[in-house]
Design a protein around this ligand. Structure first.
Ligand code: ATP
Ligand code: TZP
Ligand code: MG
Ligand code: MG
Length: 268
């Protein structure tokens, strides 16, 4: 059975510690897909919520010291409970504080999946890449090699998104070319993708199958955007955002199977 169908059947609880910009969009996107969003930040409860969740998504988009501590507590509780942890290092590299927080989080929490733009992923492993606020700068360098280095250094799956999405566990490397430029004109589409990846990871117990699950999540998301562009009929980004949520709720496993564009490589 497709992993998308398993998400719809099992309605996994996804604990999100995310940013104030994208909270509502993330909750609605997860609901549209068939998952169950839960946003919880209080130090008094984050460990309980993380331990009961199917997956935990940690995002530093509008971080402050309290939230960074929430993230560490939730991440460590998820680690103890064997719950997969997804980290979105929004804006790592943009300020010294953000970079330091991202480095602390990956040092103190065993992260299973990192999803970010190319510059954020570079800064999470102490490398340099041009960044402009929370958006990837231009930057030169080999994105595939960077993804492989990051996956090997962090011992986790790394997803670098952009025009092409690169996903790797340090040996297998998949490239997904579904998606649409309009995704870059709506805030929170990267953050929501991190939560969608969490929902797919939640229903796959076997870590060996996790890269395949994440690849299906990214292809499904990109394809939903392509279909939404057609639905929105050139009316602009507001209509696209609504059409995109509609497509997340109606996209079928058959459509994903037929229209996903995935290249698979091995880097032994
Ligand atoms: P950034 O802040 O750099 O935009 P992000 O966290 O918003 O990063 P993106 O890289 O924008 O994350 O990825 C979000 C979604 O947008 C992914 O599905 C990705 O495939 C898609 N996407 C990003 N850039 C493009 C593009 N140029 N063409 C098509 N799809 C894109
Ligand atoms: N500022 C701080 S967090 C945030 C902005 C605009 C949202 C970023 O969302 P995404 O998904 O990385 O575009
Ligand atoms: Mg974007
Ligand atoms: Mg982002």
């Amino acid at each position: 059975m497709s992993i998308l169908q398993q998400v719809r059947n099992r309605n996994p609880l996804v604990h999100n510690i995310t940013n104030v910009v994208v909270t509502n969009f993330t909750a609605n996107g997860l609901l549209a897909l068939g998952a169950s969003p839960f946003m919880a930040y209080a130090h008094e409860e984050v460990e309980d919520v993380a331990a009961m969740a199917g997956a935990v998504m940690l995002n530093i988009g509008t971080l402050d010291p309290y939230t960074v501590q929430s993230i560490k507590l939730a991440g460590q509780a998820a680690n103890r409970a064997g719950v997969p942890v997804i980290f979105d290092p929004v804006g790592a590299g943009a300020t010294a504080y953000r970079t330091a927080a991202a480095l602390e989080i990956v040092a103190e929490v065993k992260v299973d999946i990192v999803r970010g733009n190319v510059a954020e992923v570079a800064h999470v492993i102490g490398e340099n890449w041009q960044i402009k606020g929370v958006d990837a700068g231009g930057g030169a360098g080999d994105r595939k090699e960077l993804a492989l280095r990051a996956a090997r250094k962090l011992g986790c799956i790394v997803v670098i998104t952009g025009e092409q999405d690169i996903l790797t566990d340090g040996t297998q490397l998949n490239i997904v070319t579904n998606g649409h430029i309009l995704l870059t004109r709506v805030t929170g589409t990267g953050c929501l993708l991190s939560s969608v990846v969490a929902a797919f990871a939640a229903v796959v117990q076997d870590a060996e199958r996790r890269l395949e699950a994440v690849t299906e999540a990214v292809a499904c998301y990109g394809l939903a955007a392509e279909l939404a562009v057609v639905d929105a009929g050139g009316q602009g980004t507001g209509s696209f955002q609504t059409a995109f949520l509609n497509r997340l709720s109606t996209i079928t496993p058959e459509q994903v199977n037929e229209h996903c564009r995935i290249q698979r490589h091995i880097y032994p």
